[in-house]
Design a protein around this ligand. Sequence first.
Ligand SMILES: Cc1cc2nc3c(=O)[nH]c(=O)nc-3n(C[C@H](O)[C@H](O)[C@H](O)COP(=O)(O)OP(=O)(O)OC[C@H]3O[C@@H](n4cnc5c(N)ncnc54)[C@H](O)[C@@H]3O)c2cc1C
Length: 305
Amino acid sequence: MVGAGVVGLTCAVRLLEAGHRVDVVARDLPRETSSAVGAAFWYPYRALPQDRVTAWAATSYAVFDAIADTDPESGVRMVPGTQVFAGAAPEPWWAGAVPRLERTRDVPAGWGEGLRFTTPVADTSRYLDWLAGRVEAAGGTITRLNLGGLPTEGLVLNCSGLGARLLGSDRTVVPVRGQVVHVEQFGLDRWWLDEAGPTYVVPRAHDVVVGSSDVEGEWSRTPDPVATEDILERAARLVPAVRGARVLRHKVGLRPVRPAVRLERAGDVVHCYGHGGAGVTLSWGVADEVVALVERRPASARPSG
Ligand SMILES: Cc1cc2nc3c(=O)[nH]c(=O)nc-3n(C[C@H](O)[C@H](O)[C@H](O)COP(=O)(O)OP(=O)(O)OC[C@H]3O[C@@H](n4cnc5c(N)ncnc54)[C@H](O)[C@@H]3O)c2cc1C
């Protein structure tokens, strides 16, 4: 299996649970991946198609909810919050994936209406280690290896994110650069989101993730001070206390955006990449489908007639 981001690790967990042997190889180990950068809150952003994304997101929501309930070591918590809109709040296309959505007028000055809902938030500084620990505890391995092409032996799972440009010869997956600023926790206990920007302020146990930016086709992973100013300024309009908060660190990641998530089997390769701004959000849903594809016999092995 190729890829040790949130998608690869989650697929590895589900495959091991189903009794398969799994050896993960990856150029970047979990903490070095784009998966380690985001606020990692559940929200279907820049991922298509809508019907499959809604189903995968719903499955993930339920799994994260159960993890938050039973395993505090995972770094996953259920956090209430509000998405704000300039005018009336529309019904989101993914509404079926969350148990409860509520319209509210309790929004900061400058916005018209909001949608309140509770979402899972995964603190990736703990969650990716927790997933990797589950892989290794179940007998899987994770090894650093920079591949020039997909392995040619055995059944291969391609969870290489942007790496699929090379490993899947797929130029339709493109980087959409996103920058975030981690600031000290200043007593925030709910998240705020405006899709414009996108702009969000997401509380974690020990800090607050403030985002973000959305630059298509940009590969640089160096934090940009002008973007930092812009992010903090936009976020402070949502949550004024951001303005005085001590900055802890800056992070940049590349969202693997594709016109549609690629989740399909082609011979002995199962491709699972292109989750855009929603890799965490979709992870448990896509992992179940990957297991089903791995267990499907290839067409040539099926009896005809
Ligand atoms: C700023 C920002 C905020 C975000 N916020 C959220 C959020 O709140 N919620 C959410 O759900 N999503 C969020 N995302 C999106 C999420 O991070 C991605 O969708 C997710 O990381 C994709 O996971 P992945 O495992 O497919 O890819 P990656 O994490 O990129 O992992 C790809 C893996 O493939 C390996 N690989 C690639 N090429 C090769 C090669 N040639 N040889 C060997 N290994 C290779 C890499 O080394 C890596 O291990 C955010 C992203 C950014 C940048």
